[in-house]
Write a protein of this length. Structure first.
Length: 114
């Protein structure tokens, strides 16, 4: 399974970015798709996910600022991030889950300057 993600970027605090990830097969073959992130010196953490049924879950640190959505026809998931703050600086990873199997994208850097 391939999960190529769009390039992240560098923005100032208060700015916005949109990440996308297009799976190499139908998103309905997964129980859920989502995004994780890993900041320097920290463990990888869940950011948000969307289930095959369309339910979404957003982690508390980004709730109200980040939104996850999908395009079924494109087998893609999106992460809209607005507003960003410096604590959001991390490598963001697209993720797909099928039962006990987890698939990962290559990671994309998001840098937020104050």
């Amino acid at each position: 399974v391939q999960l190529p993600a769009s390039r992240g970027g560098s923005v100032q605090a208060g700015g916005s970015l949109r990440l996308s990830c297009a799976a190499s097969r139908s998103i309905f073959s997964f129980n859920a798709m989502g995004w994780y992130r890993q900041a320097p010196g920290k463990q990888r953490e869940l950011v948000a996910f969307i289930t095959d049924g369309g339910s979404t879950n957003v982690a508390d640190p980004v709730k109200g600022r980040f939104t996850i959505s999908r395009d079924d026809a494109k087998n893609a998931v999106f992460l809209q991030m607005n507003p960003l703050n410096p604590e959001d600086t991390a490598v963001y990873y697209c993720n797909a889950k099928n039962g006990m199997l987890y698939y990962w994208g290559q990671g994309t850097q998001v840098t937020v300057s104050s």
